[in-house]
Structure formats: C-alpha cells, structure tokens
Design a protein around this ligand. Sequence first.
Ligand code: PMV
Length: 384
Amino acid sequence: MSDIVTVIAPVNIAVIKYWGKRDEELILPLNDSVSATLDTSVMCAKTSVCARSSFAEDEIWLNKEKVSFSKRLQNCLREIKARAAAEKTVDEAFLERKIHVCSENNFPTAAGLASSAAGYACFVSALAKLYKVKSDVSSIARLGSGSACRSVYGGFVRWHAGTNPDGSDSVATQIADSKHWPEMRALILVVGDAKKTTSSTGGMSISVKTSELMKHRVQYCVPQRTEAIIDAIRKKDFPKFAEITMKDSNQFHAICQDSYPPFVYMNDTSHYIVSLIHKYNEISGEVKVAYTFDAGSNACLYLLEKEVPKIISLIKYAFPSSNPDSFLTGLASEEEVLSPEILNICEPQTKDLIKYAIYTKVGEGPSEVSDGSHLLDDNGMPKA
Ligand code: PMV
C-alpha cells in the first residue's frame, strides 16, 4: 500500500466577510464570519503528502513549481505534529521524518478565487490524515490563511472569532450541511482585471489601524447580521439571506474606501454587476439574486436553481464574450429567452469585461482521494 496521502478540498465564499485581525501572528479575526463551501467537483485544490526517512528536507511543489516552505506552511506542519504527539497517533521517529508536498488547483490561481483558502485547507487536511489526527483542524488551517478554516467543513460554515488570546476558540463550525438547502447555487463571474491589488493581509492591517467604519461594523453590524443570516439559512429564507449578503459585501468595500490611504478591489465592471442585480431584483418584485465580492473584482452571485437559466442568459446578454461556447464552465445549465422587461434593464457592454463564469453549488468538505491519482510518484517526487 502506498504511503502517499492525497486529499481534495473546496473553495468557500463568505457571505459575512472576515476583515481585520486582532492578532497577526496567530491570524485571529476581529469578527465572526459565515460562508458557503462550494462543490469540489467544480473547483478544488488537490494535495499529496508523504513522510519518509530518506527525505533530506521539507519540500513543496505548487502548480508544478518548487516553492519555498513558507513560515505559514511551517506553522501548520508544526501544529499538526504537536496534535499528533499529544494524541499519540504516530511514533516519535515518524514525527521526525521530513515531508514532500505537491499541490495544485483545478482553477486559475491568479484569478483571485479563494485559492489560498482551498490550498491551506487541503494541505492541513492531508497532513491530518498522514499523522492520523482526528480532532478539529480548522484552527490549524487558520494559521495558513484565515478564511481557510471555513473550507475544513462543507455546507454553511461559521468561523467564530473567539476571545482566547491563544486562539484556541477561534475555530470553524458547521451551520448546516451541504444537503440542507439543495437549491442553493453560486455563479462566479471572473472579471478581467490585470491590475495588482492590495493583498488581503495588507488591506486588513490598514483598515484595522485607520477605519472608523470598521469599528462600527465589528461592534454593531456583524453580531446582528451573523445571527440573522444563520436564522435565514436554517429557515431557507432566500430574500433575507441575499439582503444580508449584499449589505455585508457593500460594507466591507466601504471600509476599504474608509481606510487611510484608501484602496479598492471592485472595478467598473463589478459596480455594473451590482446595479444590474439590483435592477433585476426590483423588476422581479422580490430579492432573487445576491452578489458578494472578496478582495478582488470578481463577483460571486448566490441564487436558487430555478433562477439560474434567466440569470445566465442575462449575464451573457449584458456581457458579451468573444468565446461564447467556453464562457460558462462548471455544472450543466440551461438558458432562457429573456422577456422584453428584463432586456430593458441593461445595454450590452463591450466584449469580454467578464472573462468567464463558473456555475457551481454548495458542497462538502475535504475528502481523501482513493483512486491512487496522487500528485507524487513512487519516489515521492512530483509526477511529470
Ligand atoms: O483568508 P484571507 O487572508 O485570504 O482573507 C480573506 C478575506 C475575504 O476573502 C475578503 C473575506 C472572507 O471572509 O473570505
């Protein structure tokens, strides 16, 4: 039997955003956050790990390139080993072995699609299997990238900010599993923008130091919104879920503007998407679609399955593509002939403002791959 462990892990997109750390070293947030975990059959990170006494040092290859075993990776590895030692799951000699890690995403890393969340959740889940750690590892994934702790679970997930200075209560828990709201869908609109943006770590640090709005959000808005959106998820109340999602995204981007110096993640196309969704909801007489934006210009739309054919047709009409046949990836979907009333809410924009779209749904947490499709070969080296 092979000693290589391979795991796939999902992306998650927050509906209540994590923005701001109270401890930069331990990656402890100022506020709770809530997200949906997305289907690994559409987007996932895949990681193979193995530990051998013949390895000279810890080494990692990311998307086929050798990269440095960063401080954050080292922190995750150290904590998993400490857990394994405490739980006495493997012997001392095994803990002393060096490891080889090979990881890749099945979606473009550069597109800014929460790849670090999937990547660190995958790395930590693979290590947990390798070292036979059974306890919750969300607080260890958190040490890689804050939002990664939410990708350790499927369905709808809450990251509790916690209050302990050592971060022991800053963990993720599942609100509802992936089968709870089977009609929920996500449509990710990849907005072409080559501009380099402020990193999430850099942006958060400026906001924490300078934004007055941020204090208000952390103290008053997030606690109320978190309870309200959890209630909406439990009751499957889409209009409420959508309204909170949009308001929280808007407030997060307002905080970026309120920071000093200010920085922006959304561009003109992002703002056009916002106004299009509001117009669509208005003529629908009910909130049917929600948008949310992370630290980039891409939109993630949350909507129910029955709304998908209309929204895909609307997006294709408003944002024409030079490659209409490859514009939409992910789950199979239909389109619908749009009524004049819907066509009236927008003008087709110049081509390729949206590069492509990914249609997906809520899915499960990390899982071990059992078909032997490891990324490391028998020598523990990346497969050619
Ligand atoms: O985990 P990080 O450092 O990549 O920060 C993620 C921050 C947002 O994506 C903007 C919000 C969130 O909660 O995922």
